[in-house]
Write a protein that binds this ligand. Structure first.
Ligand code: PLP
Length: 399
């Protein structure tokens, strides 16, 4: 039988999907399951988005579109990032893709030759590792344990950039931790970045409008505009606009990078469909009340989750301030038993929790931190409270 390419030996199915699928299967078997596993928003975009899609469908030409994204979409994105304080970008600085994931894959292809180094902090979003492995990059993971609130320090960044990686990949607000860097922290990291001109900086900031407690969203470009010639800002409609299945992602980047992504689009996807484009334009340029209301709701859900977690003796959870994830250190459970079953790792913990309490969480090792687990709290309050009560109960039953 013919062989698959060697790169497929490095490609793995997403660990998150594996848990989500198991939870789905148990639910289908009639079990009462609460799923905190998959990172999808539990809301839909406003009616104006559907109206725009219906109208576009009625007029759909059925033709290929622009490899970069239509001018209307690019302009709507430029307006959106201007509202975020990212000013001075032109159409030439923008490209679009089938979600941020495909944009990140394009960027890996555009920026990394085989063996080139990419550095990123852990905990990391699972696909960073997978994408870097598929393109054959050398990976330098920068561990940011709970003791440092899962945040990268300037000293760590300095050490990493001194190795002159081709790419430094940064994510703020963070999936899986929900951490958000303050302006002062971004300034301190930007000062380090300024010292190392040979590294591209990707900021995967797709949760940028989902920030709580008045911390605000800050990018390296806000605090050091001269970094615009190396910073690649990645955005998406998936989380903040409740549109994960519409598959729309963006970059604002130096012209050469935007052009490279557009060239890859011409070979990978050709273009986004017209109907999707119309919906995306409506989402970005129409009323922003749904995203704003959802952000406020998530802040309240964060409190419910956080308060439950810190009530558990020995569990440590840096307080999330954005996105819809909490990432508690649950290692206090390791070495104990639940219902006679030994818990020696995050994977054991998540398996036992799902089996005995019907609560699905993702083991932290999927994100490079095996002492933790990820709770995605984007679910109705009733399910949230039920799931958190079961987690508290699970800990109380450990022997
Ligand atoms: N980046 C981060 C940090 C994410 O959490 C996700 C999705 O979970 C993505 C990128 C991919 O988003 P998209 O749905 O736009 O492909």
């Amino acid at each position: 039988m013919p062989q698959l390419a060697t790169r497929m030996g490095r490609a793995k199915p997403s660990a998150i999907m594996v848990i989500a699928e198991k939870a789905k299967r148990l639910k289908a078997e009639g079990r009462d399951i609460v799923s905190f596993s998959i990172g999808v928003p539990n809301f839909l975009p406003g009616e104006h988005v559907y109206a725009a899609a219906r109208e576009a469908l009625a007029k759909d030409s059925g033709q290929y579109g622009s490899n970069r994204g239509s001018d209307a979409l690019v302009d709507a994105f430029l307006g959106h990032i201007e509202a975020l304080g990212l000013t001075g970008y032109k159409r030439e600085n923008v490209s679009t893709g089938v979600g941020a994931k495909q944009i990140l894959y394009n960027l890996a292809e555009a920026l990394l030759d085989e063996g080139d180094e990419i550095a990123f902090p852990a905990p990391y979003w699972t696909s960073y590792l997978d994408i870097a492995e598929i393109v054959g990059a050398k990976i330098n993971i920068l561990p940011c344990p709970p003791e440092q609130h899962y945040k990268l320090t300037p000293a760590q960044l300095d050490e990493a950039l001194a190795r002159k990686p081709r790419v430094f990949l940064f994510n703020n607000p963070s999936n899986p931790t929900g951490m958000v860097y303050t302006r002062d922290e971004i300034v301190a990291l930007a000062d380090v970045i300024a010292k190392y001109p040979d590294t591209w900086i990707i900021t995967d900031d797709i949760y940028n409008t989902m920030v709580f407690d008045g911390v605000g969203y800050h990018n390296f470009v806000h605090v050091r505009p001269e970094l615009k010639d190396r910073v690649i800002f990645v955005d998406s409609l998936s989380k903040t606009y409740g549109m994960p299945g519409w598959r729309v992602g963006f970059i604002a980047a130096p012209e050469s990078v935007a052009k490279a992504v557009t060239t890859l689009n011409s070979n990978h996807i050709t273009s986004l469909p017209e109907v999707i484009t119309a919906a995306a334009v409506a989402a970005l340029s129409g009323p922003q009340d749904v995203p704003a209301a959802k952000c406020a709701e998530f802040a309240v859900k964060r409190d419910r989750v956080y308060n439950a977690l810190v009530s558990i003796p020995g569990v440590v959870c840096p307080r999330p301030q954005g996105a819809f994830y909490a990432f508690p250190d649950i290692s206090v459970a390791f070495g104990k038993k639940h219902d006679g079953v030994a818990i020696t790792s995050d994977v054991d913990f998540c398996a036992a929790l799902l089996e005995t309490k019907g609560v699905a969480c993702v083991p932290g090792s999927a994100f490079g931190e095996p002492r933790a687990l990820r709770i995605s709290y984007s679910c109705p309050d009733e399910a949230l409270d039920k799931g958190m009560a079961r987690i508290v109960e699970f800990f109380a039953e450990l022997t």
